[in-house]
Design a protein. Sequence first.
Length: 291
Amino acid sequence: MIKINIQKKLTSAKGEMLLNIDTSIEKGSLVTLYGKSGAGKTTILRTLGGLLKPDNGKIIVDNTTWYNSEQSINLKPQKRNVGFVFQDYALFPNMTVKENLEFALEKKQSPKIITELIELIELGELQNRKPETLSGGQKQRVALARALVKKPTILMLDEPLSALDYEIRFKLQQHILQVHNEYNLTTILISHDISEILRMSNQLIELDEGKIIREGKPSEVFNIKEYNAKFQFTGTIINIEKQGFIYILMVRIGKDIVKIVADETEGKQLLIGDNILISAKAFNPIINKIN
Ligand SMILES: Nc1ncnc2c1ncn2[C@@H]1O[C@H](COP(=O)(O)OP(=O)(O)OP(=O)(O)O)[C@@H](O)[C@H]1O
């Protein structure tokens, strides 16, 4: 169990903002931090990782105190055993993929983990290449493997997938889920993508101006009925056209625009600009407005 109770004064674009977080995360969960830009998501990861000191509070991980302002405890980042993956890959350009992973090994650690990760994250063919010769998705797989070398207690992913296109993103999501389960990790992911959140995480923490405004199971927080659907994706309505008893929705999904037919009950509730979740079951699209 990770218990986080921290306060820190931040300087936002609007002036002073108090980050005030009090929550707990079950061991083994995959949690998403979600919220507007500047809400405090990255700051939470940095304070958990020991890169930034809160003004007050406590961070307790599996009964070990990582931070306690009253007892003046503040474990160094190296003692916290967290793995970070950021949107910019931060790989060493002069080292090969394998050397990048080896660099993360601790002195006493067996190099077996490197071979294991290369296999698990499918880096075999890339292991002797330098980062500059890799695609964004490949670099991010290396960054993920590197973060796992030390077998972290917590894996923290700060929008690692946002620069990648859909197909590569989906593959990386699978890799993240796979390592999360394989290594019994507690994973904290920052994401803005609702279908990614629904697919990947079992707990959602929504932040606004430094405070938690909603928290719980993602489908409950977004008020989405759970369907046993074959596929789901999210998009934004950019046009609605009524044709007799049906509505033709023009929906922007990532870089693509698609047309979807909604029935009268669904169509009446929708407006241009709404974010929707589209699920399909037996070829019938089911459209849900996301709150
Ligand atoms: N060390 C610091 N001292 C004071 N203010 C800070 C510090 N670090 C970040 N901030 C401010 O705190 C606010 C929250 O920043 P943070 O990076 O946590 O937001 P975020 O939710 O991750 O946003 P984004 O989605 O854009 O990455 C911002 O206004 C930022 O300028």
